[in-house]
Structure formats: structure tokens, C-alpha cells
Design a protein around this ligand. Structure first.
Ligand code: ATP
Ligand code: TYD
Length: 239
């Protein structure tokens, strides 16, 4: 498969067309950003750790009946995916209160959210990704009510599967963000699921094992990404 025209260069990934219709190549770059792009760095090998975890999680979800865009890896940082018509929603599932939900609402950091809380933001950097509700999503024609039901159902399925996979490695899934797109009429999971898009805590020590290490200078980001990638992908043998 040949990489062709650049389609989109985002904050951490670059998307290319290929010589095969409907297939794209996603390059996971070493760029890392936080606070709406206010903090930026390049961390060697970050892209490949995130790509490895994303590929592993997408394969695991597919095996468990979740439709994703994942096709195959070309090399450690290039992923072939099915082109989706992306829905500009950031679908966040929260099992434990942390991050913006603690800053914006009277939740105590670390308190359990059971049932999990789904928060959906409008993916629009120029507006700083404002939070939506069901009526706004439908009024803005971002998704039909039926699509929205499907998206929420899939988000909770992904949460249950992912939480179980990570728990087996002694990792608590605090929260995560996913994106969806349409392939014809089918809603598929797109983008990535990685240490950049999940909030993970070590079950025993409570230590952050994700982008919070970078956001809040909590330690050696790449050493932690490396260990977490190994822990997550090791769970293959246990399944
Ligand atoms: P953010 O960091 O807020 O997610 P971004 O646009 O900067 O935004 P990147 O991850 O750098 O994010 O860019 C990847 C882009 O590719 C995103 O816009 C994402 O929606 C898009 N994308 C992901 N999967 C697919 C797919 N299967 N088909 C088409 N576009 C996709
Ligand atoms: P959130 O607590 O809303 O934001 P922050 O981490 O900036 O305080 O994030 C919830 C989860 O969703 C967290 O695991 C990070 C992820 N996320 C993204 O990957 N991209 C985003 O644009 C947002 C808002 C969250």
C-alpha cells in the first residue's frame, strides 16, 4: 500500500490518502500537546507507543464485536484504517471523577461514578470544544437521535471491555475520549485509544499512567508510556 496525498495534519497525528480507495494511513507523530495546545513538546517514540496501544485495543474491541476503523499496522507508527466520515464529537466516558469534571462541578477527585457518566463535547478547537447535550447534537444535525443512541451504547460497551482489560493489568480506567464516524450508514469507532486519550491510574499506588504525567510534570513521560504500553499489550496472553 502506498502513502499518497496528505489529507489532514492534526495536533498529534497526520492522515494520508492511499492508493486504495476508502483506506487511509494514520501516522502517529511524536508531538504531544495539552491545555488546548498551550503546552507543546516532541517526545521521542511517543507516537509508536500510542500506535501500539491503539492497535492492540482496536483488535481487542473488534474481537468483542465493536466495529472500529482499524485495518492493520504498516510499521510501528503507521496504521491503515477505513476512511470514515468523522462526526465532530468528543465522547468522554467517566468511571471516576477527575480532570475537568472536578474543576467544573462539585465532584470529589477520585469518587466513583456508577453508572459511568458520558459527557459529549463539540470537536471545534475555535470554540474550545464546548460541552453539548442531546438536543444540541440533534439541533446542530451532528447526529440523528438514533445515531446518538448507538454512539452512547457503543461508548459504554467500549468502557466495559476496556475497564476489564486494564483491570487485569492492575490499571484503573478513570476516563477516556473516543471519536466515531460513519462508514456508509454504519457507526464505527475511529481515531485512537491510547495514553493520550485515556486517564489511567495504577490500582495499587494511584500513580498516573497517562498524559497527566505530561500535563502536570509528574515524572518521566516516556518511561511511563513505555511501561504502560508493555503492561497493556501483555494482557493478550491472559485473554
Ligand atoms: P484532537 O487532538 O483534539 O483530537 P486533532 O484534529 O488535532 O484533534 P489528531 O489526532 O492530530 O487530532 O488528528 C487526527 C484526525 O484524523 C482527527 O481530526 C480525527 O477526527 C481524524 N480521523 C481519525 N480517524 C479517522 C478515519 N478513520 N477517517 C477519517 N478521519 C479520521
Ligand atoms: P477531561 O477531564 O475533560 O479534560 P482534561 O484531561 O484536559 O482535564 O478529559 C477526560 C478524558 O478525555 C481524559 O482521559 C482525556 C480525554 N480527552 C482527550 O483525549 N481529548 C480531549 O480533547 C478531551 C477534552 C479529553
Amino acid at each position: 500500500m502506498k502513502q499518497k496525498k496528505l489529507l489532514y495534519a492534526g495536533k498529534a497525528k497526520t492522515v494520508y490518502r492511499t492508493d486504495t480507495k476508502g483506506k487511509l494511513i494514520v501516522e502517529f507523530r511524536d508531538d504531544i500537546t495539552a491545555f488546548d495546545g498551550g503546552k507543546k513538546d516532541v517526545l521521542k517514540n511517543k507516537g509508536s507507543y500510542n500506535a501500539e496501544v491503539s492497535a492492540f485495543v482496536f483488535r481487542y474491541l473488534e474481537e468483542n464485536g465493536v466495529k472500529t476503523h482499524f485495518v492493520k499496522m504498516l510499521d510501528p507508527r503507521h496504521m491503515v484504517v477505513n476512511e470514515l466520515s468523522m462526526i465532530p464529537l468528543e465522547v468522554i466516558v467517566r468511571n471516576i471523577a477527575a480532570g475537568s469534571i472536578v474543576r467544573n462541578y462539585p465532584f470529589k477527585e477520585g469518587s466513583k461514578l456508577n453508572p459511568p457518566v458520558i459527557v459529549i463535547d463539540y470537536k471545534d478547537d475555535s470554540r474550545h470544544d464546548p460541552m453539548l447535550n442531546d438536543d444540541l447534537i440533534v439541533a446542530l444535525k451532528l447526529a440523528t437521535p438514533q445515531e446518538l443512541r448507538k454512539i452512547k451504547k457503543m461508548a459504554l460497551e467500549v468502557n466495559a471491555l476496556l475497564a476489564r482489560l486494564l483491570a487485569a493489568q492492575g490499571i484503573t480506567l478513570v476516563d477516556f475520549k473516543i471519536e466515531f464516524g460513519r462508514k456508509g450508514k454504519t457507526i464505527c469507532l475511529g481515531d485512537e485509544i491510547s495514553m493520550d486519550s485515556m486517564r489511567l491510574w495504577d490500582k495499587k499506588t494511584g500513580e498516573s499512567l497517562d498524559k497527566d504525567v505530561y500535563r502536570f510534570n509528574k515524572g518521566d513521560v516516556m518511561a511511563i508510556y513505555n511501561t504502560v504500553a508493555t503492561r497493556i499489550t501483555r494482557s493478550k496472553k491472559k485473554r
